[in-house]
Design a protein around this ligand. Structure first.
Ligand SMILES: NC(=O)c1ccc[n+]([C@@H]2O[C@H](COP(=O)([O-])OP(=O)(O)OC[C@H]3O[C@@H](n4cnc5c(N)ncnc54)[C@H](O)[C@@H]3O)[C@@H](O)[C@H]2O)c1
Length: 267
């Protein structure tokens, strides 16, 4: 039980990776504030699943792309619990589109949810963590797509690249308050959304990942618990990927590689 009695907020925890992290935190003894859009049909299910296993969770709705709703969310946390120990900035939208057809509306929606939401949730969380609390951990969820150029995700990658910069800025500025700020980036994960968009998602995307498969949402829980718990008590300002090796893979012409191996045979 690495998170006993910690108050942990996970944004966008109605489904997908956020839900897995919320359930994982509760299984480690945290009291979890499950956030999602106010009208989310899924967030109550996350709370029910946690309760069914004997964990503690509440659903506090709020759209993290809007600062007024962020303020209301954190005011509610302050009034209910008086403190916050862990924030996971998980809520995110992808906004697929080529550079030619990404509209201003889509660009703004992606930036507002992913980057602006992370910025203002982090500031609001830090206010609760620094006083009367004595520190805390902020965990941002990025993506492999922000580390390499891939097609049709420019706005998304830019928003997550902004999060990489924020991670360092916030880590340094909040370190005197004993607030740690780190980021990890999932690779291709079998969430409902991806499986809906492409029923053969696991086969198609698994083929380009060194480990030969896509990840499960539950495989994002361990990294989040590490960053939330005292196991990472001296870790701040860091970024890593949980992606089966996808982010470090270079492309090689396989035929040429084979030819070079053959030419070395017997040497
Ligand atoms: N699934 C992947 O393959 C993958 C890969 C890399 C990174 N990520 C990142 O992981 C995070 C979670 O992704 P996912 O695939 O689990 O997403 P998902 O679409 O399955 O779930 C996202 C949840 O966030 C909620 N949400 C969206 N906008 C919100 C807002 N403004 N305020 C509050 N809640 C909001 C949604 O209602 C939904 O419940 C995102 O930040 C995403 O960029 C996912």
């Amino acid at each position: 039980m690495k998170l006993t009695d910690k108050i942990a907020l996970v944004t966008g925890a109605g489904k997908g990776i956020g839900r897995a992290i919320a359930e994982g935190f509760a299984s480690q003894g945290a009291i979890v504030v499950v956030n999602d859009l106010p009208n989310s049909p899924d967030a109550p299910d996350t709370v029910a699943a946690i309760s069914a296993k004997g964990g503690q969770a509440v659903f506090f709705g709020g759209d993290v792309s809007k600062t007024a709703e962020i303020d209301a969310l954190f005011e509610r946390i302050k009034n209910t619990f008086g403190r916050l120990d862990v924030l996971v900035n998980n809520a995110g939208i992808t906004g697929w589109g080529t550079v030619w057809d990404t509209s201003e509306e889509m660009f703004d929606a992606v930036m507002n949810t992913n980057l602006k939401g992370t910025f203002f949730c982090s500031v609001a969380a830090a206010r609760l963590m620094r006083h009367p609390n004595n520190g805390g951990s902020i965990i941002n969820i990025s993506t492999k797509a922000a580390s390499l150029g891939i097609k049709n995700l420019s706005a998304y990658a830019a928003s997550k690249g902004g999060i990489h910069a924020l991670t360092k800025q916030f880590a340094v500025e909040l370190a005197p308050h004993n607030i740690r700020v780190n980021t990890f980036g999932p690779g291709a994960i079998n969430v409902e959304r991806n499986l809906h968009d492409d029923p053969d998602y696991a086969t198609h995307w698994g083929a380009v990942i060194p480990m030969g498969r896509t990840g499960q949402p539950e495989e994002m829980v361990g990294p989040a618990i590490f960053l939330a718990s005292n196991d990472s008590s001296f870790v701040t300002g860091q970024l890593f990927y949980a992606d089966g090796g996808w982010s470090v893979q270079g492309r090689l012409p396989e035929n040429s590689l084979d030819a070079q191996l053959k030419s070395n045979e017997g040497k």
